[in-house]
Design a protein around this ligand. Structure first.
Ligand code: PMP
Ligand code: GLN
Length: 379
């Protein structure tokens, strides 16, 4: 059969987790929490399943969840959006990204993505008949050169995808980035896909600059988030997309034929969680900052160079003082010989970078982080 994605293999996250399991290594590769979802959230899920809320929800989402997400946005960002007309509940941020891309990309359209880039963007663009135009950011600062972005815009350019806080670099966009992004979107009449799945995880008091908070950005943006990151429930695959009314109409036309609707009991449980435990979201940055600090401290005596983690639950390590291996080979060595699974950064690039950098996920128990660091300190 002719492949529509001939160059695509098995995702690095599945590969590394399988390798970690095979070798009994500590798995700091695939990004998912080792700890459980909150008890209240789990008990509400059981409650709704037991109560018989087991049929389709409205395609755009359960109204109480749309309303709670709108309330969350108002509380966190002082922005008013209509739950009914602007928020669509999806089966994970992955579905929202896919649907948003299908909604705006046609044959021949170009979409600018920044490498290292999350792995689902490019296949979704290609399946829509478009082309991803990659702009590579390099270690250790991963700064966007906005002049280079401007130079890569042409009449086929349709949209830019940003991700802040950023997976895998753990960087956040700054006010100067947002100002330049705005200017380019306006000047060239481009759309924006803003992947904000780690919106509630920023460190050292850094603000999350959501596209929702800037009217110029939001009038042309799909803003995408994930309950999986926020509520330690990546396996539920629940997320949402916020967009202006007309863009939401187009988004929903496609969403209804991709999944139609998402898991009803989880939507009801998440609505209750947001209503009853607003502190969970407010405490998330502090919770993960403490984990970051445990890992950073435990690696202090290692020969790795630690890059700053400003948000997400990832930390990058430069291993150039330790090995000449390329990053894929180094990660294989780590999992097989050291007993720690990490992700090589080069797989997030279209043109493999020479940087000797790996990603660790610190959404783990402190003792797991300390044990992994102990092993890494022996190198
Ligand atoms: N975007 C980024 C940057 C991510 O890291 C992830 C999750 N790893 C997703 C999107 C997908 O989120 P979900 O699991 O809700 O589909
Ligand atoms: N987003 C997670 C990561 O970056 C993995 C998601 C997945 O396995 N598809 O590690």
């Amino acid at each position: 059969m002719k492949s529509k994605l001939p160059q695509v293999g098995i995702s690095i996250f599945s590969q590394m987790t399988a390798l970690a399991n095979e070798h009994g290594a500590i798995n700091l590769s695939q990004g998912f929490p080792e700890f459980d979802a909150p008890d209240y959230l789990k008990s509400q899920l059981s409650h709704y399943v037991g109560e018989g809320q087991n049929q389709y929800s409205p395609s755009a989402g359960v109204p109480s969840l749309q309303a709670q997400v709108a309330a969350l946005i108002e509380r966190r960002y002082q922005v008013n959006v209509s739950g009914q007309e602007q928020i669509t509940v999806t089966s994970g941020a992955t579905e929202a990204l896919f649907v948003a891309i299908q909604a705006i990309v046609s044959e021949g359209d170009e979409v600018i993505v920044f490498d290292p880039a999350y792995d689902s963007y490019e296949p979704a663009i290609e399946l829509a008949g478009g082309k991803a135009v990659h702009i590579a950011l390099t270690a250790p600062h991963y700064q966007i050169d906005w002049q280079q972005v401007a130079a890569s815009i042409n009449p086929n350019t349709r949209a830019i995808i940003i991700n802040t806080p950023h997976n895998p670099t753990a960087k956040t966009l700054k006010p100067s980035d947002i100002a330049q992004l705005k200017q380019l979107l306006n000047q060239h009449d481009l759309l924006l896909i803003s992947d904000e799945v780690y919106e509630h995880i920023t460190f050292d008091g850094l603000p999350h600059l959501s596209a929702l908070t800037d009217p110029v950005l939001f009038e042309r943006a799909f803003v995408i988030s994930s309950f999986g990151k926020t509520f330690h429930s990546t396996g539920w695959k629940m997320g949402y997309c916020v967009a202006p009314k007309q863009m939401t109409v187009e988004f929903r036309k496609i969403h209804q034929y991709v999944t139609f609707s998402s898991f009803t009991p989880a939507q009801l449980a998440l609505a209750d969680m947001l209503a009853e435990h607003p502190e969970h979201v407010d405490e998330l940055s502090g919770f993960y900052q403490q984990k970051r600090d445990v890992l950073v401290k435990a690696l202090a005596s290692s020969r790795f160079t630690l890059l700053p983690s400003e948000g997400t639950y990832f930390l990058l390590l430069d291993y150039s003082e330790i090995s000449d291996l390329d990053d894929v080979a180094f990660c294989r060595y780590l999992v097989e010989e050291v007993g720690v699974a990490a992700v090589p950064l080069s797989v997030f690039y279209q043109q493999a970078s020479e940087d000797k950098v790996i990603r660790l996920c610190f959404a783990k128990e402190n003792k797991t982080l300390e044990e992994a660091a102990k092993r890494l300190c022996q190198l």
